[in-house]
Design a protein around this ligand. Sequence first.
Ligand code: UD1
Ligand code: MG
Length: 418
Amino acid sequence: MTVRRRVSAADAAIPPTKQAPEAPNSAEPEILPSKWPRILSFSFIFLLPYFYLLFFHYRVDQELKRSILISAAFSAAGFVVTLKLIPVTSRYVLRRNLFGYDINKKGTSQGAIKIPESLGIAVGIVFLVLTILFQYFNFSADSNWLVEYNAALASICFMILLGFVDDVLDVPWRVKLVLPSFAALPLLMAYAGHTTIIIPKPLIPYVGLEVLDLGWVYKLYMGLLAVFCTNSINIHAGLNGLEVGQTVVIASAILIHNIKQIGASKDPEYQQAHAFSIYLVQPLLATSLALLSYNWYPSSVFVGDTYTYFAGMTMAVVGILGHFSETLLIFFLPQVLNFLLSLPQLAGIIPCPRHRLPRFDPQTGLLTGTNDGTLVNFFLRQFGRMTEESLCISLLVFQAISCCFCFLLRWVLTGWYK
Ligand code: UD1
Ligand code: MG
């Protein structure tokens, strides 16, 4: 719940912009320092296999490798800028009363601290600047690439705007479910790629076709994928580090998948589709790692719906334009399970409270599962009471296992399926 203090009668006479000085005041409370050394060392678990595949395992075309490395250098710079920008933005959002209380610390002194909200806005802005500038360094002569790339950026930018609107205005949650379908419009309108699907080999005798053109149904599917990816990240949330942590795990899996596809293929168009995904996911991962450095337990900032929508939309966009949405959906397995568990409450069959979270015991510091249909509660009911940090780690490990399962499934099905 984002808490925005109402302006008192005395305050109301003063226009809001005049209430605060222009520059942040040095007397204002500082947020807790970032945990970036810990987060960076943790990220090596994913980054090492990625760079091993890029540099040693596959012979990636020099031109393509150069573009990927330029994007990686941009992303590294983005990590540092985001790390610096978050404490500054935190002071500004706090002054505009955009903060939340940490619900899973209610009853302790930490639960009474105002935590700055919507820090996804800082991440989103750095991401957009990086990806807009990067176009200058992509050496593909294909102008169609630029059209789709900019349509993708327009959709992501629109999603950041709507996410921030949601954080500021607290849109009713049934309305917020459909916001991503508006944000997906720039991409859907500009999309000039194919609208066909390849029928899995075992099904060809039944369907009678090898390739099926879905036409407008394919665009509808693209829109629904955007709605699913954004909302599923947003509702698998409420624990310190979970929103960003799941994005970091999925984004790393996407990068590994992309590089494997580039390495295994000789088709330049196919390689370009996966490189396209890398150019967007590398900056997403780097800026998210900077955010995670502040959002990891105990959180000194909250990410807001600005971030969950932005991250979900970026991953949906690369899945659509890279043509690997079926792989993406398996990476999203925990989110699919959480969505299925949530269905009775989302559909209104049983009551849905504002926050569907576990119960926190301030005496022991442990969380207990409630009957709300979420994966978080399901884990607590299955594995017993846990601290917030261990629960978040367990859920992220499950996310990583789902990604490994996806790689295994692809390996087993190659040749048989397509
Ligand atoms: C979604 C979930 C809601 C969950 C919320 C938490 C559904 C339908 N909605 O709502 O059940 O409670 O996310 O993110 O499943 N917060 C914490 N600790 C955290 C992160 C968030 O206490 O680690 C609290 C803070 O008070 C923060 C608020 O959640 O201000 C943010 O909630 P918001 O993102 O606005 O909730 P929704 O996305 O609408
Ligand atoms: Mg949210």
